[in-house]
Design a protein around this ligand. Sequence first.
Ligand code: CP
Length: 309
Amino acid sequence: MPNLKGRDLVALWDWSGEDVSALLDLADALKRKPGEYQGALAGRTAFLYFEKPSLRTRVTGEAGMIQLGGGAVTQTPEMGRIGVRETVADVARNLERWCDVIGMRTFSQALVEQMAATARIPVINLLTDLLHPCQALADAMTVREAFGELAGRRLAFVGDGNNVAHSLLVVGALTGMSVTVIGPRGFEPNLRVFDRARELAAATGAALAYTDDPAAVEGADAVYTDVWASMGQEKEAEQRRRLFMPYQVNAALFGRASADAIFLHCLPAHRGEEVTDEVADHERSRIFDQAENRLHVIKALYVALINGL
Ligand code: CP
């Protein structure tokens, strides 16, 4: 049984498949029997830092800690930007005296890594421009709920090779779930992340691929999309809309996946752009299960990283 006490969740690629599996088992238990974990983190505090907007991550990050008997303090850059008002190391040395875990949503992946390298309490990546590991764990939980296991399943990510796609490649590699990223040339996943994920996939047999052909959704168990312009890319939105329209997940594209395929989206969705209402509200859409699972996953992370499994 892996012990995640004191660990960070910065990129997920330093976790093992067993770590992911144990974390998802705990998230399942928290979902099924929340009462058994009431008070598990009484007196504990999460410090949450957001440089970018959030609904799901902020609310689940705060509510999750409250539901476990603890509390959360949220800070935005207007209250003091980490690394500008004082050094990251000094912020870490303060926070570790008062809090039990740090969650960070930042533009820079390096900032989260710097915090994790300095702080003596666990650091959780709540999204950077490079990665979104908490989302990928909730996505893996949702696929596992739908199909009973991840190994051997096929997920097609249709859209920008962005932070969400990157973390899906990593979670797929660790769990044996094959992931194909499908999107226009010029928007491929980061090669460094892709290579890293491919190295991990050698142990599980997950097939990781990129193609610009939308027909590659054929036979997928899960079809996943995300907004075409991520946070910070709003100025490119018009140009991206033209390039990505052939990759819109509409009824025709979703219909090419497996007959029991589920639809996934990390949200927020731009309905009518990357996904049509017909697919977002389809009987096999699991987008709000994914959003719910963000809560169970962050609670599992708090319990596992602070108390241990
Ligand atoms: N999916 C996700 O991270 O949602 P928020 O941006 O609302 O936190």
